[in-house]
Design a protein around this ligand. Structure first.
Ligand SMILES: NC(=O)c1ccc[n+]([C@@H]2O[C@H](COP(=O)([O-])OP(=O)(O)OC[C@H]3O[C@@H](n4cnc5c(N)ncnc54)[C@H](O)[C@@H]3O)[C@@H](O)[C@H]2O)c1
Length: 248
């Protein structure tokens, strides 16, 4: 989804820094966007990496106007046999909990601190924190069952907990930086179709009001809206774009 967010902003005229843990992939992707964009390796949970990135960005572009906190851990269990057991709340490993908190919560905090401070100094900026429907409502564990009724895995505890924290963090920072004219909003997406099996896709779709999963491009409008002056009187809000999942 990060790539789609970058494309949306590039198409709307922004200069984009595409950042993730793999430098080459980021650079290759940024070059596809156009020569004025930049790809960069950033570990969102590492202060040194963030300061280094900020220095490079400011040297080249002088300012930072928009931050999308999109990076996150969403547990995937490589061994499908062990997945149901490992993802159970009773068994959920502490290291996975800590890793999710580190990236999904501490990463949002650190990136906002490091890049948002530039915005606060400039008295202008928009921070978009990506949460999830599961930051608002509990996971529906039934949709992770297969056709025989076997639980393939559970949506693990750390995902909804960290996404709930993102929504709360948004309100904190919107309040804190309101007088600095830095707007801070959450975007809460629903599930994106991404080669899941047909049974899952049907079950997921039936839980939404629009009866379908999202296409990655479904969030482009919301990203441009939140990043731009089109949302100039909006801060501390949670824009829910979920096909109606949380409406029922
Ligand atoms: N895909 C969905 O259906 C869906 C639904 C609701 C919300 N979301 C949210 O949207 C965002 C993007 O989701 P996605 O499905 O594209 O996820 P994804 O797993 O494909 O991408 C997440 C990216 O974060 C990067 N990342 C992980 N740790 C990092 C770190 N320490 N530093 C920098 N980058 C790091 C990963 O390398 C990965 O490229 C996430 O916040 C996710 O929770 C996704």
């Amino acid at each position: 989804m990060g790539k789609e967010h970058c494309r949306a902003l590039a198409e709307a005229g922004a200069t984009v820094i595409a950042a993730d843990v793999d430098e080459k992939k980021c650079k290759d992707f940024a070059s596809q966007l156009g020569s004025n964009h930049m790809g960069m390796e950033i570990d969102v949970a590492n202060m040194r990496s963030l300061f280094n990135a900020r220095e490079q960005i400011l040297k080249k572009y002088k300012t930072i106007d928009i931050l999308i906190n999109n990076a996150a851990i969403n547990d995937m269990f490589e061994n499908p046999i062990a997945a149901a057991e490992k993802s159970k709340f009773e068994n959920y490993p502490l290291p996975l909990w800590e890793k999710s908190l580190d990236v999904n919560v501490t990463g949002v905090f650190l990136c906002s601190q490091v890049f948002g401070t530039v915005m606060a100094e400039n008295k202008q900026g928009s921070i978009i924190n990506i949460a999830s429907t599961y930051g608002i409502v509990a996971p529906d564990q039934d949709i992770y069952k297969d056709e025989t009724g076997r639980q393939q895995f559970y949506k693990s505890v750390s995902y909804p907990v960290t996404k709930g924290a993102v929504i709360s963090f948004t309100r904190f920072l919107a309040s804190y930086w309101g007088e600095k004219n830095v707007r801070v909003n959450t975007l809460s997406p629903g599930g994106v179709e991404n080669n899941q099996d047909e049974y899952f896709k049907t079950n997921y779709s039936n839980r939404t009001l629009l009866k379908r999963m999202a296409a990655p491009s479904d969030y482009k409008g919301a990203i441009v809206f939140l990043a731009s002056d089109a949302s100039s009187y909006m801060t501390g809000a949670n824009l829910v774009v979920d096909g109606g999942w949380t409406a029922i």
